[in-house]
Design a protein around this ligand. Structure first.
Ligand code: NI
Length: 177
């Protein structure tokens, strides 16, 4: 297994559209294992393949407190969403340190394949419903900050770019001058 690099907002690659997975092979299983290691290492509740620069419809979620209930959703599709909506303070491994309220359907039913290509249907509510929708947005090239006001989004963008410059300076002081 290997830790993968998580793209940081506003990296343009976070806006690529993911393609459906067509082959359920060892390569896919290795990708799932590497993404799981990366998600747990970063203390994330979810991770979409888009965030590790792989543009295929694959998301991982583990919303459990025990961190041992990994869900693998491949080619996920929302087949039903409640009219009732709720607001949750979302965060994202691609936008570290930023949390803000996003309104979405409170409950969703999702159909997806698992890593073996078996179909599963998940009835999601609460945190799981939030995660499924947040991660599925990544596959469509959408980051949660795009739900916020332009003013907030621009502030977040500026903060991220400043941090990126500072990290570069630490890595390579010569280059950043
Ligand atoms: Ni995210």
């Amino acid at each position: 297994m290997a830790l993968l690099t998580i793209l940081r907002y506003p990296d343009a690659r976070l806006h690529k559209i993911a393609k459906p997975v067509t082959t359920f092979d060892d390569r896919l299983k290795k990708l799932v294992a590497d993404m799981a290691e990366t998600m747990y290492d970063a203390h994330g509740v979810g991770l979409a393949a888009t965030q590790v620069d792989v543009h295929e419809q694959l998301i991982l979620i583990d919303e459990s407190d025990t961190r041992d209930q990994l869900r693998v959703l491949i080619n996920p599709e929302i087949v039903w969403a409640s009219e009732e909506r709720s607001v949750y303070d979302e965060g994202c491994l691609s936008v570290p340190g930023i949390y803000d309220g996003v309104e979405r359907p409170a409950r969703v039913r999702v159909k997806a394949f698992d890593a073996d290509g078996k179909v599963q249907t998940i009835e999601a509510e609460g945190l799981l419903a939030v995660c499924v929708q947040h991660e599925m947005d990544h596959l469509k090239g959408k980051v949660f900050v795009e739900y916020l006001s332009p003013l907030k989004r621009n502030r977040i963008k500026a903060k991220m770019q400043k941090e990126e410059r500072e990290m570069k300076k630490e890595r390579d002081p010569e280059m950043a001058r």
